[in-house]
Write a protein that binds this ligand. Structure first.
Ligand SMILES: Nc1nc2c(ncn2[C@@H]2O[C@H](COP(=O)(O)OP(=O)(O)OP(=O)(O)O)[C@@H](O)[C@H]2O)c(=O)[nH]1
Ligand SMILES: [Mg+2]
Length: 214
């Protein structure tokens, strides 16, 4: 019985995700779903990415957070449309909440939507939001073993950003081992080594994004 209920939840999510995809297609829009543990650097990466993209693109953001609007407030300085979804404790966004967020955005006026998912390496992976591109962010302080321990996200991701590389001299992080595990799971994944804080590796990431947002 419980298994059936769970299946219904996922089926419903997938049905709405298909509708979201159709809406994105209709408006020629690219949506990216950014997934990571809490604190890996998703909002900091957005803070470095958005001003560059704004030179040529119209950018919107859907912020997922369990309880606060803190990340949305950090991005307010860019004067772009931002919709906050508070999941009230739930550890991931779903396609229905993203559909509700679409209603608050003028989709016809946007080129790209970044979704910052709730910080979690497992829960968001089962929920297709209808995004075109799924991005995994991992920070070096979380450890090089995370692709092996949390393979779902790393298998699904079109790109993986390894953030906080500025901290590698102070911690034990086997970068070769990390990339070797990652490529075993996902041979075609695009990878970026970044310090969003020190602004290294950001240009490569932005060039890749621009190539995917036509
Ligand atoms: N040293 C270092 N610190 C970073 C880097 N990127 C982000 N941080 C710091 O890491 C902390 C968390 O960054 P956020 O951007 O808020 O992380 P997040 O993934 O958005 O966090 P949640 O939304 O809570 O899941 C902040 O104190 C950032 O300043 C980096 O490249 N290097
Ligand atoms: Mg954040």
């Amino acid at each position: 019985m419980e298994i059936k209920v769970l299946k219904n939840v996922l089926d419903r999510n997938n049905d709405q995700a298909e509708k979201n995809k159709a809406l994105l297609r209709k408006h020629d829009l690219v949506m990216l779903n950014m997934i990571s543990s809490p604190g890996a650097g998703k909002t900091t990466i957005l803070e470095k990415t958005i001003p560059e993209l704004l030179k040529t693109k119209n950018v919107g953001v859907i912020e997922g957070d369990a309880y606060t609007s803190k990340d949305a407030e950090r991005l307010q300085k860019f004067d772009i449309p931002i919709v906050q979804i508070n999941t009230e404790g739930t550890c991931h966004l779903d396609s229905s909440s993203v559909r509700s967020a679409f209603e608050q955005l003028d989709l016809a006026q946007l080129d790209v939507i970044f979704v910052e998912n709730v910080g979690n390496l497992i829960c968001p992976t089962g929920f297709d939001l209808g995004e075109n591109i799924r991005i995994a962010v991992l920070s070096t302080t979380e450890g090089d073993d995370k692709p092996a321990k949390y393979p779902m996200l790393f298998r699904q991701a079109k790109a993986v950003v390894l953030n906080k590389v500025d901290l590698i001299p102070y911690i034990h992080f086997d970068k070769d081992g990390f990339f070797s595990d990652l490529h075993l799971l996902n041979p075609s994944v695009n990878t970026f080594e970044m310090s969003a804080f020190k602004e290294t590796g950001v240009d490569e990431w932005i060039n890749w994004l621009k190539a995917h947002i036509t």
